[in-house]
Ligand binder design. Structure first.
Ligand SMILES: [Zn+2]
Length: 269
């Protein structure tokens, strides 16, 4: 059998990935078998399944009633509209469990009126899953916000987001799916000309926050929320509020942007 220097490290500051946790019995070992690229791809996929099986087994042993209960019905308190970024997993951040959060995530946490997926998700969450809160969550260091900023202000250069810089600077003409998806956010950025020459970190933070404000506004104006709030009294509708937050990658904390909208009936209930 052939052995080679592995990619694992003794540096404890480097994070151990899901794959490494499963397929490398001792992640600090400097030796591991050499795999072909195809074998490696198969091993990685097998690792995901093995990790799931291990988790399921652990939960079943500790709480045998947990999965059978989940099959009956879901009672999520929250509809979370967040970014697809792997560093912002809603259930982990909220210290929750399966069944706690109804979720949709996309690049730069957008809720767009012509997005059938988002609109149907909202209807299901409010009218069937009976969520009580909707939370729109933007986050720091968002690649989608960087892409939109880069498209709006290509003069800031390649470093902001190589993903959209080339098209914005007319170096490539054909819009990609990412270009099309972040176009409304780039449009929002262009409507904020003060962002053009602001320190980059501050400009991106300001755009990310403005994006959350816009999505909260879009949700409260949506047909589903307006219908829910006008028919809520005496119905099964549970929705009371729509909130906007920023998640900070460097602390793991959610920041309340204090733009919550509440059902008017709460004050008279
Ligand atoms: Zn993001």
């Amino acid at each position: 059998m052939h052995y080679a220097e592995g990619s694992c490290t003794n540096d404890s500051s480097e994070r151990i990935t899901l794959v490494q946790r499963i397929i490398t019995p001792n992640p600090t070992s400097s030796l591991r078998p050499v795999s072909s690229p195809l074998e490696k791809a198969r091993e990685e996929f097998a690792a995901f399944l093995a990790h799931n099986a291990s988790w399921s087994d652990k939960v079943n042993k500790e709480h045998p009633e947990f999965f059978p209960e989940l099959t009956k019905k879901q009672y999520p308190a929250i509809l979370w509209i967040g970014c697809a970024d792997s560093r912002v997993p809603e259930t982990v951040i909220l210290d929750g469990l399966p069944g706690d959060v109804f979720t949709t995530r996309n690049i730069a946490n957008q809720f767009l009126p012509d997005d059938t997926s988002a609109q149907s998700m909202l209807q299901y969450a409010v009218e069937i899953a009976h969520v009580r809160h909707i939370i729109v969550v933007g986050h720091s260091n968002c690649g989608g916000v960087e892409a939109a900023y880069s498209a709006a202000f290509p003069h800031r250069g390649h470093d902001v987001s190589p993903l959209t810089y080339k098209r914005a600077a007319d170096l490539e003409s054909e819009p990609t799916p990412v270009d099309r998806w972040i176009a409304p956010l780039a449009q929002l950025a262009r409507a904020m000309p003060e962002l053009a020459d602001m320190p980059l970190e501050k400009a991106l933070d300001k755009l990310a926050r403005a994006n959350v404000v816009r999505q909260v506004d879009a949700l409260t104006r949506s047909a589903v929320v307006r219908h829910a709030w006008s028919h809520k009294r005496g119905s099964k509708i549970m929705l009371t509020s729509v909130h906007g937050c920023m998640y900070h990658l460097d602390t793991g904390l959610l920041e309340d942007l204090r733009i919550s909208k509440y059902w008017s009936g709460l004050s008279s209930s």
